[in-house]
Write a protein of this length. Sequence first.
Length: 232
Amino acid sequence: MDIHRAVRITMVSSLALMALSALCLVSCRKASVDRSLLTDSPCAAPCWHGITPGITSRSQAMAVLRDSPYIRQDSLRERGSEELGGVTWQWSGQGRWLQPSISWRNGVVQEITLGLTYNLTVEEIVNKFGPPEALGVAPGGTPEHWYWIINLYYPQRGFQFKAYTREYSTLFEPSTEVGGALFFVPVSLEERIADIFDDPAIASRALSMMRPWQGYGDLFEIYYESPQDLEQ
């Protein structure tokens, strides 16, 4: 065989291997996206990968996290103690909006926060879980780059979702992005708000700002009269 031909064959083989490697990297990244919220696999919300608030122990939760292909293992950060503590991490893929975390009390998981790594809309959430028990709105961003945060509460089922309007928009649409999910022990709406806000006065004010589901449209035509309604 001519040496030049042999070199060409070697180069072509190397390029083919590089292309296959690149394809593998892409497929591996796609495979590392956790869509269990939608698939209910391996368990349905408020369970996440076998971790259930109010049931799973801290040690069991940490074992799941250390074995998860979705998590950058060097990013796990445990804080606090067995009595009161938690852990944060970074996803293998690009996370958005919320810092993923798990908190525990007296050695038992109390809450799971998941910042999602894929596109999810309010319409998809409502189609899967039905309309929320209540909806709450809060300002987000900065005065120069503002948007609205919409909390979709399903407290008696043990979960809550955070949606985000487009920048400079008050429109709540089927396509509005859902950026985070929170799982917790199922409680009443009043108990959930009290868990979020330690101050009873603030919790009472937040509860008064909750609204029943009324569909899509301008937040300040359907749910509130004006942004001033939400001022603390």
